[in-house]
Design a protein around this ligand. Structure first.
Ligand code: ATP
Ligand code: MG
Length: 224
């Protein structure tokens, strides 16, 4: 059995869903270029390109960068990857972006990581940080020796504003509102594969298996 297809995939998952972990594993096991919209944009900003100059003011205020700008940037990147496999992360984020992408590229699969919101909230809200060093603890999964104190300096730990339960809930709600129509659009095309679970280790073998049906992994890895 030989498979010659390219892997043209999109990964979708809420903040705290383990999307970064899964993407890293995909890149390790499959010959695919990972394009993260946030990383791409930050690079443009840093290099002060026309895209970067335009995008910066939206990013600075947490707003979405306009569709035309995002499309210009991604179409430009994808053109350079004509006979490569890719994994898009953070793009498309609006239906307009999805429609334009779908019209110009063959998409094989949209991976949707479905982690219950309660699990994500528990994961993030238990997180405490030592501001001086950036050391991160979790009250359940990685507790400090003394509660709310840094192991090394003994200084107090703080909870970042965006890790507080109310903020996390708001971010997740925002994500749901924004992403739902994009998923619906791809779902109508029969492209969405859902992966449900509470841990990356549990989800990963299923992702691996689904992608292996499209392209051959770099080296043979067996998961069951
Ligand atoms: P995450 O928590 O998943 O990292 P984020 O909100 O930090 O999400 P990034 O993906 O890191 O977002 O992107 C940073 C900023 O870049 C966003 O706040 C937004 O302004 C812009 N951006 C990224 N992707 C898109 C997109 N597809 N469309 C419009 N703007 C985007
Ligand atoms: Mg980010």
């Amino acid at each position: 059995m030989t498979i010659h297809r390219l892997l043209r995939a999109i990964i979708i998952g809420a903040p705290g869903s383990g999307k970064g972990t899964i993407s890293t594993r995909i890149v390790k096991d499959f010959d695919v270029k990972h394009l993260s919209s946030g990383d791409l944009l930050r690079k443009q900003v840093q290099e002060k390109t026309e895209y970067g100059i335009q995008a910066k003011r939206y990013m600075d205020t947490g707003q979405l960068v306009p569709d035309q700008l995002m499309l210009g940037l991604f179409m430009h990147e994808l053109k350079a990857l004509n006979d490569h496999s890719w994994l898009l992360d953070g793009f498309p984020r609006t239906v307009e972006q999805a429609v334009a992408l779908y019209k110009s590229q063959d998409i094989e699969v949209v991976l949707n990581l479905r982690i219950p919101f309660e699990v994500i909230i528990d994961r993030i809200k238990g997180r405490w940080t030592h501001p001086g060093s950036g050391r991160i603890y979790h009250v359940d999964f990685n507790p400090p020796k003394v509660l709310f104190k840094d192991d090394i300096t003994g200084e107090p730990l703080v909870q970042r504003d965006d890790d507080k339960e109310e903020t996390v809930k708001a971010r997740l709600e925002h994500y749901r509102r924004l992403t739902h129509p994009v998923l619906q659009y791809f779902s109508n095309k029969g492209l969405v594969e859902e992966f449900s679970g509470t841990e990356s280790n549990e989800i990963w073998p299923h992702v691996h298996k689904a992608l292996s049906k499209i392209v051959v992994p770099k080296q043979y890895t067996h998961y069951e």
